[in-house]
Design a protein around this ligand. Structure first.
Ligand SMILES: Nc1ncnc2c1ncn2[C@@H]1O[C@H](COP(=O)(O)OP(=O)(O)OP(=O)(O)O)[C@@H](O)[C@H]1O
Length: 330
């Protein structure tokens, strides 16, 4: 890979090159190996090293930084496998193993208290038969790297939970800038603008970049976190707990999150969201009772449901703005 492409992929390499005194400015079209070929023997003798050792050093640096930052390569995660555990009555769940592939959306349905959030937590925690359900989670068919599981910045999974409270005293823009910096985003300003723009498309009432994050409403904070996750987060697995309670445009939110080639699992009571999904996991008494693939017939219901949804949305909006509902036709 050319040096230019290498830096684009791993922006942290800029400091590796400059700190080690490699002046790569006029060599960006070359590979690092070609660049080193331009060095004379004395250089290596002087540094008591070899070209191979330097290349190895670069490789190790990339590996360490990727682990530290929790960066996974695109395409690293192709599947998530759930292996059955036990329900609250200690009976085995009604399936053996479920493989979920990249770009699939899975709905988790079931009555209140049945264990939907527990399933999301099992995945977030990469459970290894060590949670109350005794489920096991595999990534690409294997037990996930133990480091990924315990890393404090575990970026394998991004979770949008029901409760979203900010405690920091920052403006929206400052908060997003900090987050983008920590993710080593190159073009921070335009990325931050894009997140604010998308979040405002999801939120009912718009907010500005200089709004204090602590004064955002529940729906606005949720909209902000969804746009932030969709645009900034590289996590290949996204878990969503009841997006419909957030007072945001949930369909748009889902489109934003799913456009990124991720695995999405969401606990929901909403028929539209359930039917948008490829399949739904039915939970009862703490265990998976059934796994239903969304049928063609159900998918065809979706269009009609969306018409009703639009009507409900308009009615909600009209109510919020103090209008009469006389003219709305159902
Ligand atoms: N298989 C299980 N074995 C033991 N405890 C379980 C099991 N599944 C879920 N629980 C526990 O049951 C409780 C309720 O589960 P959970 O909060 O996941 O339900 P929920 O479906 O998300 O409910 P709600 O719709 O109200 O959010 C939790 O304390 C959870 O840890």
């Amino acid at each position: 890979m050319k040096i230019k492409e290498l830096i684009k992929k791993y922006p942290f390499l800029e400091s590796f090159f400059s700190e080690n005194g490699y002046d790569i400015k006029n060599h960006e079209e070359e590979t690092f190996e070609q660049y080193l070929d331009g060095f004379n023997e004395e250089y290596f003798e002087d540094k008591a090293t070899t070209k191979e050792n330097i290349l190895l050093e670069l490789e190790n640096y990339i590996k360490t930084m990727k682990e530290f930052l929790g960066i996974s390569e695109d395409g690293d995660i192709n599947s998530l496998t759930l292996i059955a555990g036990f329900n609250k009555s200690n009976e085995k769940e009604n399936f053996e193993a479920l493989e979920i592939k990249k770009s699939q959306i899975i709905a988790i349905v079931g009555p209140t208290g049945s264990g939907k959030s527990r399933l999301l937590q099992d995945i977030e925690w990469m459970a290894q038969k060590d949670t109350p359900t005794k489920r096991q989670v595999l990534i690409n068919g294997e037990v996930p790297d133990i480091k990924k599981r315990y890393a404090s910045n575990n970026k394998l999974v991004a979770q949008l939970s029901q409760n979203m409270n900010f405690v920091m005293d920052l403006k929206v823009k400052e908060f997003l800038q900090l987050h983008a910096q920590s993710r080593l985003i190159e073009d921070i300003d335009s990325t931050v603008d894009k997140i604010i723009e998308e979040a405002n498309k999801l939120a009912g009432e718009s907010f500005r970049e200089d709004t204090d994050i602590t004064s955002l409403s529940g729906g606005q904070s949720r909209a902000l976190m969804i746009a932030d996750t969709a645009i900034l987060s590289k996590s290949p697995i996204v878990l969503i707990d009841e997006i419909e309670n957030a007072g945001i445009d949930r369909k748009k939110a889902l489109e934003l999150l799913v456009s990124k080639d991720k695995i999405v699992l969401m606990a929901t009571h909403d028929p539209t969201l359930a039917l948008i999904s490829d399949m739904r996991i039915v939970i009862n008494n703490g265990g998976i009772k059934n796994i239903i693939k969304t049928s063609e017939k159900e998918k065809s219901l979706l269009e009609k449901l969306e018409v009703y949804d639009e009507k409900f949305k308009n009615m909600r909006k009209a109510l919020r703005y103090g209008e009469y509902l006389d003219d709305i036709e159902l």
